[in-house]
Ligand binder design. Structure first.
Ligand code: FE2
Length: 267
């Protein structure tokens, strides 16, 4: 983990300029005759602002200065920049059916010259961290500052995706269909919780599986602040409310409680 003196910073006015450039780019993605399209664009715009808030709160919990928080703001603002063109072109947020949205974010940031006012060293950290937010895990060979900002971004992203998951029925697209009124957790998903492992995308088959997939992200949290928020916001209990009558939840609750208790004992 980086020492506080090693955190990166950019002038606050720079982050403000990038924010207004972000807003004008994203506000261009609206269709007067397509409410479904607009809802998907608004969802990602709100998610971006949510990740900015979460990332800055995390930064504050680490004692960051205003300039250091401005750096974090820029990183969070741009992390999902590819989502708008992705939905516009392909009609889905599923990378497997379209393109890697993190690579799109880096390409579009460069095309729009959003980071022209900050140093190459800083923009390289931002681009690498954006690419790493969309990987199953942060690569072991990532330089310390890239690893730090990748982890910070991943935690902030998870906190806001939990909010989105609770507010909408969404996975790859906003769901409007009815779901089955009962559900049995597949044993291979229970095994992931018992092994304290994140569920892989390839392991899930249904919308309900996707709720547990997102719950299992607990095992990839990197900061004390985020785990505290996971507990305080009762993410487990709230996500369970998205499920119908379900069998197989007890071993999941036990695994989560044990994991959180262990983390608290180590801290
Ligand atoms: Fe993303």
């Amino acid at each position: 983990m980086l020492d506080q003196r090693e955190y990166q910073g950019v002038p606050v006015r720079e982050s403000q300029q990038i924010r207004s450039a972000f807003d004008s780019y994203v506000n261009g993605f609206r269709k007067s005759d397509d409410l479904g399209y607009n809802r998907h664009m608004e969802l990602k715009q709100e998610h971006t602002y949510g990740v900015v808030r979460e990332a800055m709160a995390l930064g504050r919990s680490l004692g960051m200065s205003l300039e250091q928080l401005a750096f974090v703001e820029v990183l969070a603002l741009l992390h999902d920049l590819g989502r708008f063109e992705q939905f516009h072109t392909y009609g889905t947020f599923a990378d497997a059916e379209s393109e890697n949205h993190a690579q799109m974010a880096v390409r579009i940031s460069k095309e729009l010259e959003l980071l022209q006012g900050i140093s190459k060293a800083h923009s390289d950290i931002i681009y690498q961290s954006i690419l790493n937010h969309n990987l199953p895990k942060v690569p072991d060979e990532a330089p310390p500052d890239v690893a730090f900002y990748s982890r910070l971004l991943r935690d902030a992203d998870k906190l806001d995706i939990w909010r989105v998951t609770l507010e909408y029925n969404v996975f790859h697209t906003i769901k409007t269909e009815a779901f089955p009124d009962s559900y049995t957790v597949p044993s291979h998903l229970i095994a992931c919780f018992e092994a304290n492992q994140c569920i892989a995308l390839g392991q899930i088959d249904s919308y309900y599986d996707s709720i547990l997939y997102r719950l299992s992200w607990l095992f990839d949290l990197n900061f004390r602040h985020t785990i505290d928020q996971f507990v305080q916001r009762n993410i487990t209990g709230e996500l369970f409310k998205k499920l119908p009558v379900t069998t197989g939840l007890n071993p999941i609750v036990a695994a989560i409680n044990q994991y959180v208790q262990q983390v608290n004992e180590w801290a």
